[in-house]
Design a protein around this ligand. Structure first.
Ligand code: PLP
Length: 482
């Protein structure tokens, strides 16, 4: 199909099923406990997204030209070098980077990007990194041990406490070197006021780091000019959450911040000259790009961005908002279901289609397993790499925490607290949301078919006498694909 033409022609506001052909795996069938095969409803997009068809096709076409970049003199190497540098520009433009003053450092994912920043910022124990309780561990743990990490809390409804942010600014003042916040929460779906946060952080001369892993696939990001008070100094995101799951991510941020920084990893590609007793490091970004990069991964990210641009981020947001409205309206009407974080279906401006919830009296892993085994609906259960936030929603006090941590140490992970997360992606439709709500209604009414047993070591629930067979799926030699 002609992706570009169709993307432009799809009538605005009528995009419900339009995106399905764009996304591989948006409509294949999966087995269920009853023996029936059903169309899978994939609603685990906050974890990873399915690949865009256009990206997969592009990669297939490009693979034969694969060659290592920079310094190769053959045709394929020159071609790949040109595409690589072009991809870097596409990535920078996508988030509004400044072509002169910002650089793009390709990394494996957001986690690596944030670690790279934390390792290269030359922080000392007296410095403060101000972050929030909403963070994914990837924007929390890398800062620990490098500086004092202070956390802004949440309001009772789950939103970031902006007054608390102001109090922290006043408390730590000039000690704050970095304000590192998520662009959007992977638990509550809240979109944070990142430019307002940046303006206030810059008044304290702090650098602003945005973990854009969740934001980038769903909203337009604009780093804004460097002299704008709301400018974002660093934006980090992952391609696998943007329909390009080929092991790539990117940091876009201030070139000058890396000028004196030591390389995060040291080795080939990071130097201009090496003698046995000294090294002249290359200028950034090369200095931060040790070893052969994921060349096809960066091409794939750029190809996905091109498609996002053609569809238009406003249309992406509009499509997801209409599904989120229906989802929240439905969930709020189901007795026993409660949502962690803002759940008002009429207030979606600053909210993604990421909804974490619990069902009274039911283990989160059981809910997720019944959805999968009995309805072919893929969601996720657990703490979503945001343990402090989930514990705060579930009122897990120190005593309870100690009790289950003692059991974890003994190999029993059955009662780790958690929630269930359903997250909307570009390929989801009104019908998907309807099927999810129907299933959740039955589960909340304690209706399911199987007899489930919980595994001691993993805490997962599996139905008695049934397990998925993957033998008919691609990758298993004996039978054709499922
Ligand atoms: N930050 C947020 C908000 C996330 O949701 C995630 C992944 O779920 C990450 C960081 C880590 O991303 P990755 O696993 O791609 O490094």
């Amino acid at each position: 199909m002609d992706t570009e033409k169709d993307a432009r022609q799809a009538p605005s506001g009528k995009s419900e099923t339009f995106f399905i052909p764009e996304v591989l795996g948006a409509d294949h069938r999966v087995p269920t406990l009853s023996g029936e095969w059903v169309r899978q409803i994939f609603m685990d997009n906050a974890a990873s997204t399915k690949p865009f068809r256009a990206v997969s096709t592009f990669l297939r076409d490009m693979e034969g030209y694969y060659s290592n970049i920079h310094r190769g003199t053959g045709f394929d190497s020159l071609l790949c070098t040109e595409r690589y540098e072009e991809a870097r520009e596409i990535v920078s433009r996508f988030v509004g980077g400044d072509p002169e003053r910002d650089i793009v450092i390709p990394v494996r994912n957001t986690t690596e990007g944030l670690n790279l920043l934390a390792m290269t910022f030359a922080l000392s124990p007296d410095d403060v990194v101000l972050t929030t309780i909403l963070e994914h561990h990837s924007n929390d743990l890398p800062w620990r041990g490098k500086a004092h990490v202070a956390y802004v809390g949440r309001l009772p409804d789950g939103r970031l406490d902006m007054q608390g942010f102001e109090r922290s600014l006043a408390e730590f003042g000039s000690r704050i070197r970095v304000v590192a916040v998520t662009g959007a929460s992977n638990v509550t779906g809240e979109v944070l006021p990142i430019h307002e946060i940046a303006s206030r952080a810059h008044q304290h001369d702090a650098r602003v780091v945005i973990d854009a892993a969740q934001l980038a696939p769903h909203r337009r990001i604009d780093m804004r000019p460097h002299d704008d008070p709301g400018h974002l100094d660093f934006v980090v995101f992952s391609a696998h959450k943007m329909n390009s799951p080929y092991g790539e991510g990117a940091i876009v941020g201030r070139r000058d911040a890396f000028a004196g920084a030591a390389p995060y990893l040291q080795g080939g590609g990071t130097v201009y000259s090496v003698s046995l007793d000294h090294v002249i490091w290359a200028d950034p970004p090369d200095r931060q790009e040790a070893g052969t990069p994921n060349i096809l991964g960066l091409f794939a990210l750029a190809a996905a961005i091109n498609l996002y641009e053609r569809i238009g981020m406003d249309r992406v947001a509009e499509h997801e908002r209409s599904l989120t409205r229906r989802l929240l309206e439905g969930m709020r009407g189901i007795p026993g279901v409660w949502i962690m974080g803002p759940g008002d279906p009429t207030d979606l401006e600053d909210r993604l289609g990421v909804v974490t919830f619990a069902v009274d009296g039911l283990h989160h892993n059981l809910v997720a397993s019944v959805l999968s085994y009995e309805y072919g609906i893929s969601v996720r259960a657990g703490c979503f790499c945001a343990h402090p936030l989930i514990k705060s929603f579930l009122d897990v006090d120190k005593e309870r925490e100690k009790a289950f941590e003692d059991r974890i140490r003994g190999g029993d992970r059955r009662d780790i607290p958690g929630g269930v997360r359903v997250s909307i992606g570009l390929h989801n439709t009104d019908e998907d949301v309807g099927r999810f709500l129907e299933a959740l209604r039955a589960i909340a009414a304690k209706e399911w078919r199987g007899t489930y047993h919980q595994k001691f070591i993993t805490g997962e629930f599996v139905p008695e006498g049934f397990s998925f067979s993957f033998r008919a799926c691609p990758g298993f030699p004996s039978e054709p694909g499922c």
